[in-house]
Design a protein around this ligand. Structure first.
Ligand code: FAD
Length: 503
């Protein structure tokens, strides 16, 4: 087959990939980005690019006949999920034994579907997770650089106190305060000026219109509007969509050869393409990058990869849960989809938890306080190659999830005791499940910095091959991860452009 080549290729278009593409483009390096999902810029018959959570259609999920929302039921009724047509929709849920992982598909990766929370971890915990990285430099240079490019902003506290759209957050804050717990505002890449105009009726509703996990039509500064727009603006970056890389090997001259399947809207492979490059950047996310490299090692196409490739994976300790409030503690029928506050008990060394106060926007009063807890779960798992399917398996066990549940339960038992409240049993399936411990929004690890790679994301044993995404983070970062992934990628690109890539 004909080989199309470029000096640099970037696989994926999420946070780590977008940073690589922009910085390569600015340095004058002609760069090709290969993304398996769609470019989300074309309106459907309803005039909208994305569908909302209340009425999902084929655009919601990656080749499914029924949606698989994190919240399975409400009052034990399967009201949440809907039948849909097969289509390359924007949200995927990848199933492994005992754990499923939500990821974004499309130009912008996870930024298209996530909750916009742009949180920087505690320097002390960053240093604990990345002992070989200069934390002072991260906090002085790369975190600020990442936040500036991502367009991080904060809710106006006065508006927050007054708007009905954050009543649910204020109620949860009160319950945390009754327990003697600290809460903290979390910054966001959703434009709060836009959100205030939504409330005023002068802008089309998105966060206030139940849009989030299936994409936001307005207000959110996803990567296609920030890093990737700037990357294309350099004139050196091209993006190919609907192309899934499945093979990576190294030619005799040391360049890299990629095999990619181009698919159509039905998921059929319409063409298999070969690409060549000198510099290869993997930004396919924790799942995508780990799978590509584990497969390359086990099938012998990159035999120099070490045993740390595929290891060190974790869920960032994610657990979702709901509490049932007293009748007088209404959370409001109107809820913004963008969380703005967390319960910060990370300093409690006996049981560190950071719990986001999450919305449950149904348009009806339901008295539910919902949370996504991030626990300091030290459990890690490894990806292994499955020759039968050509994919990977993940060795995560139910017992490992139980560690996260135990930590979340300790915190929320305290909150329930202090407020004389109970858990909700009707949200996560028919089995009266209280803690949703079988999925994560925050897959991290698989090619951990300093283990599978050197301290700058250079893959050990493979010159000019780099990892720039969430697979570098060793399984847990204590807060929502995208700011850290972006900042680490900025650090890698600064080093690689200075040392490895000739001007
Ligand atoms: P990703 O953003 O996952 O990008 C990887 C890209 O590579 C994808 O576009 C994918 O389609 C593509 N790809 C994968 N494999 C291949 C292949 N073989 N060939 C070609 N392309 C490929 N984090 C926060 O910090 N704050 C939040 O509020 C938050 N909320 C979240 C809510 C949801 C519902 C979800 C799912 C995630 C949320 N996250 C949040 C997590 C955050 O989105 C991820 O941590 C982040 O997107 C990971 O960035 P990444 O660069 O590692 O990869």
């Amino acid at each position: 087959a004909a080989v199309e080549s470029a000096p640099a290729i970037v696989v994926g278009s999420g946070y780590g990939a977008a940073v690589a593409a922009l910085r390569l483009g600015q340095a004058g390096v002609r760069t090709l980005v290969l993304e398996m999902g769609r470019l989300w810029n074309t309106a459907g018959a309803d005039g909208k690019v994305f569908c909302n959570t209340a009425a999902p259609d084929q655009r919601s999920m990656w080749f499914r006949t029924r949606t698989e929302a994190p919240l399975a039921t409400f009052l034990w009724l399967d009201l949440v999920n809907k039948d849909i047509g097969l289509y390359p929709g924007v949200l995927d849920r990848v199933h492994f034994d005992h754990m499923s992982v939500f990821v974004g598909r499309g130009v912008g990766g996870g930024s298209l579907v996530n909750g916009s929370m742009a949180v920087t971890p505690l320097p002390s915990y960053f240093a604990e997770q990345f002992p070989t990285v200069d934390a002072a430099e991260m906090y002085a240079t790369y975190y600020p650089r990442a936040r500036a490019m991502l367009g991080v902003n904060s809710v106006d506290p006065a508006w927050f106190e007054s708007t009905e759209w954050y009543r649910f957050t204020r109620v949860s804050r009160k319950h945390a305060q009754n327990t003697g717990l600290k809460t903290t505002f979390v910054p966001s890449v959703y434009d709060f000026g836009y959100m205030q105009r939504e409330e005023a009726g002068t802008a089309v509703r998105s966060a206030l219109g139940q849009e989030v996990i299936y994409g936001n039509n307005h207000g959110k500064k996803s990567l296609d509007k920030t890093y990737l727009a700037a990357a294309l603006g350099t004139g050196n970056v091209t993006i190919h969509t609907m192309e899934k890389v499945r093979g990576v090997s190294r030619a005799a001259d040391g360049t890299y050869v990629l095999t990619a399947d181009r698919i159509d809207d039905t998921g059929r492979v319409v063409e298999t393409k070969q690409y060549g490059c000198t510099y290869l950047f993997l930004g396919a996310g924790s799942l995508g990058t780990s799978e590509l490299l584990v497969r390359a090692r086990e099938t012998g196409t990159l035999p120099a990869l070490n045993a740390d490739v595929g290891a060190g994976w974790g869920t960032n300790g994610n657990v979702m849960l709901g509490r049932a409030n007293h009748l007088w503690d209404t959370v409001g029928a109107n809820q913004s989809t963008m969380p703005v506050m967390g319960i910060d008990d990370w300093a409690n060394t006996a049981n560190p938890v950071f719990a986001e106060i999450a919305p449950l926007p149904t348009g009806l009063e339901h008295w539910v306080s919902l949370y996504l807890a991030i626990t300091k779960n030290p459990q890690r798992a490894t990806f292994t190659y499955d020759a039968a399917s050509g994919g990977v398996k993940l060795g995560w066990s139910a017992a490992q999830s139980a560690v996260s549940v135990g930590m979340a339960k300790k915190l929320f038992d305290r909150i329930n005791a202090a407020n004389a409240t109970i858990y909700r049993y009707d949200l996560f399936g028919s089995g009266s499940k209280v803690f949703a411990d079988d999925f994560t929004y925050h897959p991290l690890g698989g090619c951990v910095l300093g283990k599978a790679t050197d301290d700058y994301g250079r893959v050990k044993g493979c010159p000019r091959l780099y990892v720039t995404d969430g697979s570098l983070v060793p399984g847990n970062i204590g807060v929502n991860p995208f700011v850290t992934i972006t900042a680490l990628a900025e650090r890698t690109m600064a080093r690689v452009l200075a040392e490895d890539i000739a001007p």
